[in-house]
Design a protein around this ligand. Structure first.
Ligand code: 5GP
Ligand code: MN
Length: 348
C-alpha cells in the first residue's frame, strides 16, 4: 500500500544516518510552527525510544500556544542559551535540518551551523520547502508534501525504525500535518497523505483533543488582537489582495507575544473575492511580511522577486529591513504592480 510513496524518499539513507550516529541534534526554522515543532519533537521521541541522545534546538523562543506539544519544554531556544546549545552542537555527530532548507532561516543558530566544518558531522535535511540551499549527506526534500511531518513520518513508517514510533511521536507528526494544511483543507490533495493519516490514527492518537488544542486554544487577548487586525484590513487598489498592517503600537497595546498572530493571515481569504492576503508586522528584527493565496497566484514568487523572501506557492514570507511606514507603502505599491503583471486587465 505504501510502496509507491516509499520509493520517492531516501529512506535507506535516513535509516543509515540514524543508525550510525548516537548524539543527534534536530533543528528547525525561526518562529517555529506546528510543523517545525511537530517534526523535530516527534523525531526526538523516536530517537529517544531507540536509546539515542537527542536534543531539539530551535532558533528563538517557540510560541506558547504550542506549549502542549509533547516534549515542548525540552526544546532549547538557541538565542536564550547560546553556550549550552553550542556545547550540544559540538558534541553531536549528526545534525538534522528540519522544516527549512537554508541556514539563513535559522538566524543565530543558522550562523552557528554555517560556521561548522561540514565534514565533521553527518548532515540530514528533511523538508518540504522549495529550492533547498544547504548541502547535506542525506537530503530528503519534497516540496509537494503537505508538511515536513508527512515526510518524516512516511520515512520512519517505511523503515525498520517503525517499531520506535509511539503514540507521542504520532501525535507530534499529526499536529504538523494538521497545522500546515489548516486541518487538511489546503495543501493536502494528495490521496497518499490520507493513507499516512490513517496510519497515524492507528497509533492511538487523540485526534479530537489535538484539533481542540490547535484550533480552540486562543486567549481572549489574542481574539481581541484578531478583531483589531481585521478592523485594519483593506483591499489593495483594484486588486483582490487583502492587506493588514500591524504597527508596533497596536501590537504593544495587545501585549503581543510570539505566535499570537499565527493564522491571522489566512482569515481574509475567507472573503469570497479575496485571492491573496498580506499580513505585515513591525517586529524588533525587521518588518515581517506573511503572505497567503488561493489557487494560481504565487506568493513565493512575489516574496522572492521583491524582497528576497520565499516559501511555498500559496504561503510565503519575507523580511523588509526598513521603517514600518515605508515597508507598508512599499508592499502595497509592489503588490499592485505584481498583480497587474500576473493578472493583466482585459478590456472586454
Ligand atoms: P509565515 O508567513 O508562516 O512566516 O511563512 C510562510 C512560509 O514562508 C513558511 O513556509 C516559511 O518557511 C516561508 N518564509 C517566511 N519568511 C520567509 C523568509 O524571509 N524567507 C524565506 N525564504 N521563506 C520565508
Ligand atoms: Mn512546514
Amino acid at each position: 500500500m505504501m510502496a509507491n510513496i516509499l520509493s520517492k524518499y531516501n529512506v535507506a539513507g535516513l535509516e543509515k544516518a540514524i543508525n550510525e550516529h548516537n548524539t543527534i541534534i534536530l533543528t528547525c526554522h525561526v518562529n517555529a510552527d506546528g510543523d517545525a515543532l511537530g517534526s523535530t519533537l516527534g523525531l526526538q521521541q523516536v530517537l529517544v525510544n531507540m536509546g539515542k541522545k537527542c536534543s531539539v534546538i530551535v532558533p528563538d523562543l517557540p510560541p506558547t500556544n504550542l506549549s502542549w506539544i509533547q516534549g515542548f519544554k525540552t526544546a532549547h531556544a538557541y538565542e536564550r542559551e547560546i553556550e549550552a546549545c553550542d556545547s550540544l552542537i559540538e558534541e553531536a555527530d549528526c545534525i538534522f535540518i528540519m522544516d527549512y532548507n537554508a541556514f539563513s532561516r535559522a538566524k543565530l543558530l543558522g550562523e552557528k551551523l554555517a560556521s561548522i566544518d561540514k565534514a565533521s558531522k553527518c548532515w540530514v535535511m528533511v523538508d518540504h520547502h522549495l529550492d533547498p540551499v544547504e548541502d547535506c549527506d542525506v537530503k530528503i526534500s519534497d516540496p509537494t508534501a503537505s508538511a515536513t511531518c508527512e515526510v518524516i513520518f512516511n520515512c520512519l513508517f517505511n523503515s525498520a525504525l517503525k517499531e520506535y514510533i509511539d503514540v507521542k511521536a504520532a501525535s507530534c507528526f499529526y499536529t504538523g500535518i494538521i497545522t500546515d494544511t489548516g486541518g487538511l483543507s489546503y495543501n493536502s490533495s494528495n490521496p497518499d497523505l490520507y493513507l499516512l493519516v490513517a496510519e497515524l490514527l492507528r497509533f492511538g492518537i487523540d485526534k479530537e483533543s489535538i484539533h481542540d488544542k490547535i484550533f480552540n486554544n486562543k486567549s481572549v487577548r489574542r481574539l481581541k488582537l484578531l478583531a483589531a487586525s481585521l478592523k485594519r484590513m483593506i483591499v489593495i487598489g483594484d486588486t483582490n489582495v487583502a492587506y493588514i498592517g500591524l504597527p508596533k503600537n497596536l501590537l504593544d497595546k495587545y501585549h503581543y507575544m510570539t505566535g499570537d498572530t499565527e493564522g491571522f493571515v489566512n482569515v481574509p481569504l475567507q472573503a469570497k473575492n479575496v485571492q491573496c492576503s498580506i499580513l505585515l508586522m513591525d517586529r524588533p528584527d525587521g518588518v515581517k511580511a506573511s503572505l497567503r493565496s488561493k489557487g494560481n497566484f504565487s506568493v513565493s514568487d512575489f516574496a522572492q522577486k521583491y524582497y528576497g523572501g520565499g516559501g511555498h506557492f500559496n504561503a510565503s514570507g519575507a523580511t523588509l529591513n526598513m521603517p514600518f511606514e515605508e515597508a507598508e507603502a512599499r508592499i502595497i505599491a509592489d503588490m499592485q504592480e505584481y498583480f497587474n503583471t500576473v493578472c493583466p486587465k482585459t478590456n472586454s
